[in-house]
Write a protein that binds this ligand. Sequence first.
Ligand code: DC
Length: 228
Amino acid sequence: MTQTYHSVAIDGPAGAGKSTVARAAAKALGFVYVDTGAIYRTVGYHMDFLGIGPRDTDGVTRLIGDANIQIEYDPAGGQHMILNGSDVTEELRTPEMSKIASAISGQKVVRDYLLEMQRDVARKHSVVMDGRDIGTVVLPHADVKIFLTASPEIRARRRFEELSAKGEKTAYEQVLEDQRKRDEQDAGRKIAPLKQAKDAILLDTSDFTPEQSVEAVVRLVREKLGPL
Ligand code: DC
């Protein structure tokens, strides 16, 4: 008997709370959570380590094949990015890596390299996958597509609080400005830009607590898929 796997695509701009919501929704549904931003960040980290700038197409093309990227999960469902045998997860969520990941994700060679890796996870598991182009490009036939957003000020405020909690010294205005640039770059690029899929449900979480956002996503999935 072939097993049927389900897929939930969650796209949206930086700081919309995608990772928090997608991770908790995956846990509630018993699905695997895939944070695709972390995969782009891993490629950015690899190039940065090798001294290659994210816009250096020749350098990136030459060295992307040297990035052996694996996704592993800990017992609590946390996603770990393994780059050439080392766990680099902790290095990835810095403002610097956000900028590098956003710039490098505009390179066609990078998107092509990562496409099959992402689809492969969805072929083997039921997934909640979050990113920018999941509903439009990676999983165009996803069972449920959600475009998660919130006002720019609220998204920046959440990111600022997340960074402050980690002890990163930064100003709210700086976070807001970095976010504006990243949104512009992610939505303005030629290949697989950030955009709402035609059949995606828009969920604005500006006035939601994280718990309410998770509940809303789980409800939408259960309505669509019935008892799992
Ligand atoms: O979700 P995130 O902030 O960790 O993503 C980092 C960058 O990676 C984001 O600015 C754009 C890029 N990205 C992408 O182009 N496509 C995806 N599916 C996920 C992320």
